[in-house]
Design a protein around this ligand. Structure first.
Ligand code: DQA
Length: 146
């Protein structure tokens, strides 16, 4: 079962979207980075993005049923969605929350995450490298409970 790297709204526009905040790495580059990192550390990785909250919920439910580790950048839903948080609560394998930008250095409304309290750990502000770091950490867990 592959590790899932799940991305929420607007992240498909990475590279053209506010490059001063999110960098010039495109979404395709991000997919490539995750797949290459997975190969390096011996993990099958599947990267997905959606602008539809219900689709993300479905992916999280499937991950819960299959005990799949998840790297999640829920983007704006991080700050708004109790539903995404409740779906994350059902996961049994490691969950790493990632944000490309340092949300704590930005607007007040980005300082609170509904997800952090139910995540194994959080990586913020390290750019897309945060995804690679999250995958490397997951590769070293092997059965560690959340
Ligand atoms: C983000 C930070 C969120 O506040 C924002 O809504 C995003 C991206 C990040 O990766 O830095 O869409 O999750």
């Amino acid at each position: 079962r592959p590790v899932l790297v799940l991305n929420g709204p607007n992240l498909g526009r990475l590279g053209t979207r506010e490059p001063a905040v999110y960098g010039s790495t495109t979404y395709a580059d991000l997919v490539d980075l995750c797949e290459r990192t997975g190969k390096e550390v011996g993990l099958a990785v599947e990267v997905r993005q959606t602008d539809h909250e219900g689709e993300l919920l479905g992916w999280l439910h499937a991950a819960a049923d299959a005990a799949t580790p998840v790297v999640l950048n829920a983007a704006a839903w991080t700050h708004t969605s109790v539903a995404v948080r409740d779906a994350c609560s059902q996961l049994t394998a490691p969950l790493v929350e990632v944000h490309i930008s340092n949300v704590h250095a930005r607007e007040e409304f980005r300082h609170h995450s509904y997800i952090s309290a139910v995540a194994s750990g959080v990586i913020v502000g390290l750019g897309v490298d945060g995804y690679a770091l999250a995958l490397r950490w997951i590769a070293r867990q092997d059965g560690l409970a959340r």
